[in-house]
Design a protein around this ligand. Structure first.
Ligand code: ADP
Length: 476
């Protein structure tokens, strides 16, 4: 059984949860100790105790810790990437790529630890100086989703530690493995007892205990909108800082003048890679009528060539859906789309492979419109719909017609339309001739409307959430 990490000590519990490979349900990766409310509370108490000292640690200490973590992740990228693909189901190349990204994130924040600066201003009053500095928030609670088992924990843990906070981290039920490896690395890299705590267990118990405990100063959460609302209500009750990332219904606009090959690549990559289980997935393909039919045909041709199979097998393009309930959800949305008049032009079939897993062929739905359920709610699977529009103006209007606003893409050769789209797409991230998914690790990540709440994650903008600002006045 893989234990919890609380106050610098490994701790088992009386119950464990099996970590099952979605590509092969007979493959039990390991059993992971299941925390309950008691363990969550001990972890929070340990983090509270450790916070002041870590908050006073030097930039060099924080740099060295983060750099050691980044280095070890990178040196074990194949092993950790394999575990990632085994527990989450994305193809091995993507699993290794995500692991490398996690290492880069730790390295980035190792550098940021050395670059923490304040401001000094003259007061409007004579003989008074003003210093503006940043302080750690204190104890940060991290609630992570299953779709990026190492990158999302990394982009929350690294800035939290970098800016002098202690951490209580809860991975998603489905993917404890990569987070456990991360906890082990952080522990051995020399994080002082209580500075980093790993508590694995159900959201309704461990997550809820974190939300209910007044000793957590800030919560950073990535997951569904429904849970995001629970997190927001609890944080409001405790007047605590929060950062929420909650998914998207991301448009990829394809105009008549687009390079067709680029547009198809953007659509296939953005909509179906990582089995479409990305909050930045291009789930709505908005296509002007001059290119619509050619675009759909070319997408279907590309989809026919994709291999859906075991994530660890050579040649697999799309792995399984993460579990049975996610597969049921995908199928339910396909049924709804069909019933509302959509045409499943390709895929959407549950298929069997040599190993028993949750395999669904990538689905392309045509003849949809902006009002249909399939274009309003996040599916979180290998499912994309095509919306035919007259021209750019209608494309932009449809692109923005969603409760979400995470990422938005456009494929066009027109500088005028690209510039207009960048300025007018209601999204936190805009892509021109690129897929809506696939972002850099050193720049801000986040959205508008129902996608995000609070300040941005990643890059230098992460400092906003993980610190609090102090303005000090001194009479000379
Ligand atoms: P998904 O559909 O991606 O699993 P969820 O929003 O259900 O998204 O889960 C995201 C994270 O939130 C997971 O770590 C989950 O355990 C956690 N979670 C779920 N319910 C709660 C809750 N009531 N309180 C706190 N965390 C929760």
């Amino acid at each position: 059984m893989k234990p919890l990490l609380i106050n610098g000590a490994w701790q088992t519990t009386s119950q464990a949860i099996d970590n099952i490979n979605p590509s092969d349900t007979s493959d039990v990766i390991d059993a992971y100790a299941r925390a309950g409310e008691t363990e969550a509370k001990s972890a929070i108490a340990a983090a509270r105790e450790a916070a002041p000292k870590w908050g006073r640690s030097t930039p060099q200490q924080r740099h060295d810790l983060l750099a050691r973590i980044g280095q070890e992740i990178l040196s074990r990228k194949d092993e950790i990437g394999t575990l990632l693909s085994r527990e989450e189901g994305k193809p091995l190349a993507e699993g290794v790529g995500e692991t490398i990204r996690a290492a880069h994130i730790f390295n980035f924040f190792a550098g940021e630890a050395l670059r923490q600066a304040g401001e000094k201003l003259a007061s409007v009053r004579p003989g008074v100086d003003i210093d503006i500095t940043r302080e750690p928030v204190g104890v940060v609670g991290i609630i992570a989703p299953w779709n990026f088992p190492i990158a999302i924990p990394a982009w929350k843990i690294a800035p939290a530690l970098c800016f002098g906070n202690s951490v209580v981290m809860k991975p998603a039920e489905l993917v404890p493995g990569c987070s456990w490896v991360l906890a082990d690395i952080i522990h051995r890299a020399g994080a002082p007892a209580g500075v980093f705590n790993y508590v694995y267990g159900p959201g309704s118990q461990v997550g809820q205990a974190m939300l209910d405990c007044p000793d957590i100063d800030a919560i950073t959460f990535t997951g569904s909108q429904d849970t995001g609302q629970i997190v927001a209500a609890a944080c409001a009750k405790h007047m605590r800082k929060m950062q929420l990332e909650m998914g998207g219904k991301n448009p990829l606009v394809v105009l008549d003048d687009a390079d067709l090959e680029t547009a198809v690549e953007c659509a296939i990559n953005g909509a179906f890679y990582s089995t479409g289980q990305r909050c930045t997935a291009s789930s709505r393909l908005i296509v002007t009528e001059g290119v619509h039919n050619r675009f759909v045909e070319a997408c279907v041709e590309r989809l026919r060539g994709l291999t859906v199979d075991n994530a660890l097998k050579d040649g697999t393009d799309i792995g399984p859906v993460v579990d049975q309930s996610q597969l049921d959800q995908d199928i339910r949305y396909l049924d709804i789309a069909r019933n509302e008049g959509g045409n499943i032009r390709y895929g959407g079939e549950v298929v069997e492979r040599a190993t028993k897993g949750f395999y669904l062929t990538p689905a392309l739905i045509t003849d949809t419109n902006a009002a249909m359920t399939i274009n309003r709610e996040e599916v979180f699977g290998p499912v994309a719909s095509v919306i035919r529009v007259r021209d750019y103006d209608e494309a932009l209007q449809v692109a923005n017609d969603t409760p979400f606003g995470l990422s938005a893409g456009i494929c066009t050769k027109s500088l005028r339309h690209a510039s207009h789209f960048k300025a007018n797409a209601k999204a936190g991230m805009v892509m021109v001739n690129l897929p809506t998914a696939g972002v850099d690790y050193h720049v801000p990540f986040g959205g508008t409307k129902g996608s995000s709440y609070g300040s941005r994650e990643q890059g230098r903008y992460a400092v906003e959430f993980f610190t609090s600002v102090k303005t000090a006045y001194t009479a000379a």
